[in-house]
Design a protein. Structure first.
Length: 418
């Protein structure tokens, strides 16, 4: 029997779809291999050691201002916070993003971390284990040191750093030192700075930030109130549209992004939504917690400079899958360092954790550490208590009539720009 070309193509397509449908449960099964609490440990060995950060500060003659260049009111996240997000596109579960804020009273800094990890079906095609960290002044919330460690696909690996000198308005990179605006943010600290602002529908404000080698002004416009489900209840949110403008004031309107902040004093990022050609990629908050009261009290006590605090030895965790940078999790230990000027502005405490493997700052720049004396960082034992997010206080605002269902942005009369 003769089969025409059209029928042949239809049958081939049907066979491919059937094969994909049969294989999908195998890929989807990997989604249950780990949850976000386990995922948070995958990249804990990647950050630069404090010793390397201090050496960069010494080379570029950067010292943290004392007293700080500015002082902001105390923020809820300054005492410590963990936020976990589930990322998905349509029915596909893409992975997790874990945001952490960890105070360091000894150096008077706040360590902001963002871990992005793919999982399940997405990891089959594009594996991601990324970790970005912004060390900011605890009182002024301006970044002092930014680092990102990217592990994507089968072969891509990058370690980058940025050293901020706000007193001189200079940003030191590996190959250049561009001039920046006052209190320029990185793409992580700018999110937390937005949480310090008070805004309502109709308000706009802007924050300077540096990303992809270029300085931008990130404008936030609050368009409306909305509600979303979180832990079985409706939470009121303020919907904002961040939009970057370059040094010429031209906005990039191709990247359509929404950030939903909780409509309360905490301004928790409840949802981050990026619209793409087909649908939207959505990151929804699934957990919000802060360290328990007794943990916060212990963290606030200053660390003696002449005492090397020992940490409990942890058992090695199971070996990761092939393709991960870290093959096994090493036992935790602490190496005593001589006191010196730290990036955070205070004398470096005697107890400081170093990474076990070689730190790569770039293709031609490495800092070797002693694997026998400097194992990987310990897994955090901090226990968290769930943050109570307030219920929606009223009905969400709808788009004004005559706008085609879209909120009006041009009518914002209040501006809170720095």
């Amino acid at each position: 029997m003769t089969i025409d070309r059209y029928t042949y193509r239809v049958r081939c397509a049907a066979a491919l779809l059937a094969a994909a449908a049969a294989a999908f449960p195998l890929f989807a099964a990997d989604e249950e291999d780990f949850n976000w609490t386990e995922a948070a440990q995958f990249v804990d060995s990647l950050p630069f050691p404090q010793k390397f950060m201090d050496s960069l500060a010494a080379v570029h003659n950067v010292t943290a201002p004392s007293p700080p260049l500015r002082s902001l009111p105390p923020q809820s996240f300054s005492k410590g916070e963990m936020l976990a997000y589930d990322i998905g596109w349509s029915f596909v579960k893409g992975g997790y993003v874990i945001l952490t804020a960890t105070p360091d009273p000894a150096r008077r800094t706040l360590r902001l971390g963002a871990k992005a990890l793919s999982r399940g079906f997405v990891s089959t095609f594009y594996r991601m284990r990324d970790y970005a960290i912004s060390t900011v002044d605890a009182e002024g919330l301006y970044p002092l040191f930014f680092e990102e460690h990217l592990r994507e696909g089968k072969h891509y690996k990058a370690n980058r750093w940025s050293l901020y000198d706000h007193a001189k308005k200079i940003l030191h990179l590996k190959d250049r030192s561009p001039v920046i605006a006052e209190f320029t943010n990185d793409y992580l600290s700018v999110l937390y700075m937005a949480r310090t602002r008070k805004f309502a529908p109709g308000d706009t404000f802007s924050l300077p930030f540096f990303v992809d080698g270029k300085l931008y002004s990130l404008g936030f416009s609050c368009s409306k109130r909305a509600t979303m489900d979180f832990n079985g209840k409706k939470v009121g949110c303020l919907v904002t549209q961040p939009q970057p403008a370059d040094d010429k004031g031209e906005f990039n309107r191709k990247k359509r992004l929404e950030i939903w902040f909780s409509d309360d004093e905490d301004k928790l990022p409840m949802r981050i939504k990026a619209k793409i050609a087909i649908g939207s990629i959505v990151a929804d908050l699934i957990y919000a917690g802060r360290p328990k009261a007794e943990k916060r009290a212990a963290a606030s006590a200053p660390v003696p400079k002449d005492t090397a605090k020992k940490t409990d030895t942890l058992k090695p965790l199971p070996t990761q899958k092939a393709g991960d940078t870290l093959k096994t999790f090493r036992e935790a230990a602490v190496k005593k360092e001589p006191s010196g000027t730290a990036v955070g502005g205070a004398a470096a405490p005697a107890a400081d954790t170093l990474r076990a493997d070689t730190v790569q700052a770039g293709p031609d720049e490495t800092v070797a550490t002693d694997t026998a004396k400097a194992p990987g960082p310990p897994v955090s034992k901090t226990s968290y208590e769930t943050i109570e997010v307030k219920d929606a206080g009223g009905k969400p605002e709808t788009a004004p009539s005559g706008t085609g269902g879209k909120p009006e942005h041009s009518g914002c009369s209040r501006d809170n720009s720095y």
